[in-house]
Design a protein around this ligand. Structure first.
Ligand SMILES: CC(C)(COP(=O)(O)OP(=O)(O)OC[C@H]1O[C@@H](n2cnc3c(N)ncnc32)[C@H](O)[C@@H]1O)[C@@H](O)C(=O)NCCC(=O)NCCS
Ligand SMILES: Nc1ncnc2c1ncn2[C@@H]1O[C@H](COP(=O)(O)OP(=O)(O)OP(=O)(O)O)[C@@H](O)[C@H]1O
Length: 197
């Protein structure tokens, strides 16, 4: 069985970028946003239930994130309904990954790890973090969210300080080489701990 490391952090803090570095270091990795993409895509398990709940958001057999974002902008309470449909399906996808993971350390990137109370699944949790100005400028530079959407998502998330306080490890996502260094250090620590356990 793999040592299970949870990876989280607020929107735009650098989860996906950091997860890639864990993968490059030999870890089996899984991420919730990609699972949502698969579930919304052709043949995805979320397509039928989403079509039943939000017919206008499903076209040509796929869930349109653009339409969802417009709908959420008009009525923010819709996000909660989407979550009720999507989160159990994401949890099942994650369970299968964990069951099949083969590397000594396996990493799951979950944006809402603390908000949804998933801490207990993991042996340790790493939080990616940077200052709020960098965070916002990264999200805005991506051009996929308006400022209002960013603020709405941010409000739904446990503040960065709370995440840092609960973390086993905090990864400062200042520069890419520095993140790589911290990833190597964490893996070394985990592996040492396993050997001495
Ligand atoms: C709102 C949607 C349409 C936005 O799509 P978009 O392609 O622009 O963004 P993407 O999915 O890549 O998410 C970007 C980031 O937003 C944050 N985020 C997304 N959904 C949520 C949510 N329900 N609550 C808080 N933060 C969220 C996360 O930090 C995530 O990494 C989409 O995220 C969605 O359908 N969310 C509901 C499913 C969900 O809760 N996903 C979160 C992981 S399980
Ligand atoms: N350590 C870093 N140094 C410099 N830029 C970074 C670093 N980490 C991430 N970035 C940049 O910040 C942006 C957001 O990073 P990333 O997509 O990894 O964040 P995320 O937390 O997965 O975002 P989301 O919550 O929206 O899914 C990207 O454009 C990425 O290139």
């Amino acid at each position: 069985m793999s040592f299970l490391l949870g990876l989280t952090g607020s929107v735009g803090m650098g989860k996906s970028t950091t997860l890639k570095m864990f993968a490059e270091a030999g870890c089996d990795v899984w991420d919730a946003d990609s699972a949502v993409h698969r579930l919304y895509g052709p043949g995805g398990a979320a397509v039928a239930p989403m079509k039943a709940a939000f017919p206008e958001a499903v076209r040509d057999g796929i869930v349109s994130r653009e339409t969802l974002k417009r709908m959420i902008a008009d009525d923010p309470s819709i996000l909660r309904k989407i979550e009720q449909i999507v989160h159990p399906l994401v949890a099942e996808d994650r369970r299968i990954f964990i069951e099949r993971a083969k590397s000594d350390v396996a990493v799951c990137d979950i944006p809402l790890l603390y908000e949804n109370g998933y801490e207990g699944i993991f042996d340790a949790v790493a939080v990616v973090s940077t200052d709020p100005e960098t965070q916002k400028s990264r999200v805005m530079a991506r051009g996929t969210m308006t400022e209002d959407q960013f603020e709405l998502i941010l409000k739904k998330q446990l503040p960065d300080a709370g995440k840092r306080a609960r973390a086993s490890y905090v990864i400062e996502t200042r520069t890419l080489p520095y993140v790589r260094e911290q990833v190597a250090q964490i893996l070394e620590e985990i592996r040492k701990g396993q050997i001495h356990a």
